[in-house]
Ligand binder design. Structure first.
Ligand code: SAH
Ligand code: DHB
Ligand code: MG
Length: 229
């Protein structure tokens, strides 16, 4: 992938956004507010946010768990797909990110549905399991890539048969197939894929991974549905 490829992917994303996202609630201000607050621009792309929104609707999800909030961009896309009495819990380790996200969630008017909980997600997840939190219908894993495997295990414990678990950033410019990669994120994705392979063999999940290109470069998403007991 050279610069020409990247420019083309971004241009096509721009075209798709112009054609298909114009009628959606405008959320560009969330990205702008997050940028102004100094947050890194590692939110999902607009058309990916809308994919999350569609998946929430397709699932008829009422309870969503998100791991990795940042400025709340993906959070708001998903929360806007929830019914009035739906709930989204988003886990975030950086208090500054959580603060920006809470302000954005409020401004988007979804504060009754979306809550940000501050803490290291491994700990928060353990606490949720211990506290007997009811199962979630959909989980979006998008925090640090080193712990994706553990987040997926936590998500499984907080799931029911039919729960959809979505994992972001599982291709990483194609580096996912490099067993000798020194990148801890890539190693994290590979460790996750070992687990997923075993779970799929045991028919505990049905999963696939789709590579994506666009304004956010070359990466990918895993979708996994939890099997019946
Ligand atoms: N889902 C967001 C982007 C999340 S970026 C969106 O698409 O809009 C990843 C986020 O995960 C960052 O805000 C980072 O602070 C957070 N994070 C990193 N390590 C974490 C951890 N151990 N526990 C919880 N959140 C973590
Ligand atoms: C990074 C994290 C993400 O969630 C993402 O979508 C892209 C990049 C990162 O940590 O670099
Ligand atoms: Mg991501």
């Amino acid at each position: 992938m050279d610069d020409t490829d990247r420019k083309l992917w971004a241009a096509v994303d721009g075209y798709v956004v112009e054609k298909l996202l114009a009628s959606d609630p405008p959320l560009d201000w969330v990205i702008e507010a997050s940028l102004e607050a100094g947050l890194p621009q590692i939110n999902v792309a607009p058309n990916q946010g809308k994919l999350l929104h569609l998946l929430v609707r397709l699932m008829g999800a009422r309870r969503i768990l998100e791991i990795g909030t940042l400025g709340g961009y993906s959070t708001i896309w998903m929360a806007q797909a929830l019914p009035e009495d739906g709930r989204l819990l988003s886990l975030e380790v950086a208090p500054r990110h959580a603060q920006v996200a809470r302000a954005n969630i409020e401004r988007a008017g979804v504060q009754e549905r979306a809550e940000v909980r501050i803490g290291a997600a491994l700990e928060t997840l353990t606490k949720l399991v211990e506290d007997g939190e009811a199962p979630f219908d959909l989980v979006f894993i998008d925090a640090d890539k080193e712990n994706i495997r553990e987040y997926f295990e936590g998500a499984l414990k907080l799931s029911r048969p039919g729960t959809l678990i979505i994992v972001d950033n599982v291709v990483r410019n194609g580096a996912v197939i490099d067993a000798s990669s020194q990148d801890s994120g890539v190693a994290g994705v590979r460790r996750f894929n070992q687990l997923l392979e075993a779970l799929a063999r045991e028919k505990r999940v049905t999963a696939t991974t789709i590579q994506t290109v666009g304004s956010k470069g070359y990466d990918g998403l895993t979708l996994a549905v939890v099997a019946g007991s």
